[in-house]
Design a protein. Sequence first.
Length: 250
Amino acid sequence: MSSFDKSKYVHGVFSRISDKYDVMNDLGSLGFHRIWKAKMVKELAKAQPKRILDIACGTGDIAIALAKALPAAEVIGLDFNGAMLQVANSRAAAELGHGFIIEGSDDTLAKSTNKLHFVVGNAMELPFANESFDAACISFGLRNMPDYAQVLKEIFRVLKPKGKLYCLEASYPTHKLVRSPFKLYFKHWLPTLAKLVVNSPEEYAWLNTSTEAFLSKDELAFLMESTGFASVSYKSFLSGAAALHHGTKG
């Protein structure tokens, strides 16, 4: 699949499941994604960044959590899918009590804040100036990108010196006793659940495909180093079912 075809296909997948995405995240990770994301937010918040970019923000759970954890910080959630951002917008309004402008979209709410807002944009061509963020994060989004290295280069570009990147991604567990049942669940049982719960088996089969095709934890760490990040490290969760990578712009 070419980069263009992958981008177009992924956009279609997430447009079709935008209103079901959060339910299926719980099913797909047995609820663990909430714990892993909370750990990422906690780690990121320790540095007290003033301006944060959440890339591939989807339905906005990370961006909203960051806005709660760091109320003085400006948080920008970016995603290429307007349907997902409409869900994010509604969640933000419900959880934080006001609406948020979705830049680049024709659909906006009248009320907004300069502390948290959402932007329609391409992670491979970030619509931001060089060295304009103190921290950036991407959660279960890099695997869906046509060019992993290009996304990391763009993140590196928009981070300030000493700026930090946090990347949370799924993978297959390394422990053989966990890997087989995990793969069986993710590859076969999850699409069945998707059909029963949200009638989207094909879309969730893609999520398994993207996970299988993604880099190993060490390969992602190497790629981050290759694109300029220093002090790269990662923490594994659930015997390697997910990992949180961290790097600093030198």
